[in-house]
Design a protein. Structure first.
Length: 573
């Protein structure tokens, strides 16, 4: 059996050329010619100042992800794994949870790796912790939240099998899946992305879990380039699985709520993110599907969601094709409208959708300048963040192929691929500045998960990147050492059971413009970044005011908080 169509570039250059010749709409399709292998520095008017240093060894991170590979190239070996940056012990410093793989039963293969927690010291270094998180099982992703409202963050871990809820008890974790009622609700399925949100606006924290495909060792499909040698197969050969929504009963236990809509039953979710898109105070869920149309679950209230991705214009590219969606993120760039980025397979440029109405989107990838630099790589993790604190959100993209031998079969492609750093501009376009961002962005990786946070406490945002079958990497941002910029970091504290204030919308007004962000979990690929919001101010040394719309709909105004620090904002009681 020959390899499926996903391995091919899907005629994207030809389609793009035809679209350009016919005056077709901007769908983010690839340019007519293959992008050059060498990236060149952007030559914009503003010099790019951020530089990233690989500080993995100096930080004390020695985690290596293992796939369990034994030579048969089973599909799950290509996928893992995720990372979560969060404060596990409440000391104010970011800790790091890394998801491990496993050895296949009765197989002599790659050594097993287990989940691990590293406690941060707040200075960019970590110490490995014996915290009860070394789970057996084939791990995928993670999400940190507080469903029992006790003030510390628990961990939910997705797996190839049954997922696990780890309850945080003073910085040490124990398996609480059964007592939360999740063991009875779960099926032994392959799950991937997960996020915490207040789905039904009742003040407590609920759980979204994305399903991937129906796979087992017995159903592994032989796929080949030449009909002889097996390569890793792709998910279009397998039936998809439903996403699950677990509603919190208010006491940290859960019940399942169904999704509604023609496409909601079966997807192949690899990334999910929550955002209130229509301004009604209820979060929608956007999900990137692998070789299936992307989902937009419209929140109808009372825990009811309807899948409307096709009608919203986010399910397909403009040519009516479902791309191989991996990671996803959403941001508000210059105004109230949301922008959604989705990473795709090699030969499928990154998708960028701009909101054009409450639940309507249009593809703007080519116009925004991201089609050419993202055409060749296979993208997994991605995130919007202000890397250089200039007040405009940038886009970090983590890449890596699924087939280790791809260069032998397709000489223009590589298994390990360098990440991308796309600098955001005031005009809503992006420039590839990876060549200016330091050696960390020149080093090829078999990249998967991406999480960001201020690991070393200097105000700028650092990166954690996981690799499939390789070591996790910590990239410290040295911006504040070389070209200091002003910033404001906000940590929100909610009331009642939503202690993290998930869903709160924050607007910072400074220097004649507004910057907006939502407190949330999820996003990227199987990973979670810190929940503290970082707003870059550039040369602006004062904030006029901060406006907050809290999850319960109340609004507060906070006058002129001091900059260059983390400020705690508490919901009115």
């Amino acid at each position: 059996m020959t390899v499926c169509a996903r391995w091919a570039p899907r005629c994207a250059p030809l389609v793009a050329a035809l679209a350009a010749a016919c005056g077709g709409p901007d769908d983010g399709a690839a340019p007519a010619s293959q992008p050059p292998a060498e990236r060149t520095p952007a030559r914009g008017a503003r010099p790019f100042a951020a530089r990233f240093q690989d500080a993995t060894a100096a930080a004390g991170l020695d985690f290596v992800h293992r796939t369990g590979a034994f030579g048969e190239k089973w599909l799950p070996e290509t996928m893992g794994a995720g990372a979560c940056l969060f404060d596990a012990d409440g000391d104010g410093a970011l800790d790091l949870f890394l998801v491990g793989g496993a050895r296949w039963p009765d197989r002599e293969g790659d050594a097993a790796s287990r989940c691990a927690l590293y406690r941060g010291r707040g200075d960019g270094t970590f110490a490995a912790a014996d915290a009860g998180v070394e789970l057996a099982g084939y791990g995928m992703g993670c999400a940190a939240g507080d469903p029992d409202a006790d003030g510390d963050l628990d961990l939910f871990v997705t797996t190839l099998g049954r997922d696990v809820l780890l309850r945080n008890e003073g910085g040490r974790f124990r398996d609480a899946t059964a007592e939360a009622g999740l063991a009875a609700l779960q099926r032994p399925e392959w799950t991937t992305a997960a996020l915490w949100l207040d789905a039904d606006a009742d003040g407590d924290v609920d759980l979204f879990v994305g399903g991937y495909v129906e796979w087992s060792p017995e159903t592994e499909i032989f796929t080949s380039f030449d009909g002889v040698e097996k390569v890793f197969t792709t998910p279009d050969r397998y039936p998809g699985l439903p996403s699950r929504l677990y509603l919190n009963r208010g006491d940290g236990t859960f019940e399942e709520a169904p999704f509604e809509g023609p496409e909601s039953s079966r997807g192949k979710v690899l990334g999910a993110v929550a955002e209130d898109l229509d301004g009604d105070g209820l979060p929608e869920v956007l999900a990137a599907n692998d070789t299936r149309p992307n989902f937009l679950f419209h929140n109808l209230g009372a825990g009811r969601f309807e899948e409307v991705g096709v009608a919203a214009g986010i399910a397909y590219d403009e040519n009516g094709r479902a791309r191989a969606g991996m990671g996803i993120d959403v941001a508000r760039l210059a105004d109230e409208r949301a922008v959604v980025a989705i990473g795709n397979f090699a030969g499928e440029p990154l998708s960028l959708f701009e909101q054009d109405g409450d639940l309507r989107f249009r593809a703007v990838g080519r116009r925004a300048g991201i089609a050419e630099p993202t055409f060749a790589p296979l993208t997994f993790g991605l995130a919007f963040l202000d890397v250089d604190l200039d007040g405009w959100l940038d886009l970090v993209v983590v890449n890596g192929h699924i087939e280790p031998d791809i260069a032998r079969h397709r000489p223009g492609e590589r298994h390990a691929q360098p990440p991308l750093l796309l600098r955001g501009t005031p005009g809503g376009t992006f420039e590839d500045v990876g060549a200016d961002a330091g050696p960390a962005f020149a080093r090829p990786l078999v990249g998967r998960g991406l999480a960001y946070g201020d690991v070393d406490g200097d105000g700028d945002l650092d990166l954690v990147v996981t690799q499939n079958g390789g070591p996790a990497r910590l990239y410290l941002n040295r911006l504040q050492e070389t070209d200091p910029r002003h910033f404001l970091r906000l940590r929100l504290e909610g009331t009642g059971a939503n202690r993290q204030a998930l869903g709160a919308l924050v607007e910072v007004r400074a220097g004649g413009r507004a910057r907006r962000a939502t407190v949330r979990t999820g996003g990227s690929y199987l990973s979670q970044s810190e929940p503290v919001l970082t707003f870059g101010l550039g040369d602006v040394d004062a904030v006029d005011e901060v406006l907050v719309r809290w999850p319960d709909g109340r609004r507060t105004r906070h006058a002129a908080p001091e900059v260059d620090r983390t400020v705690v904002l508490r919901a009115p009681r």
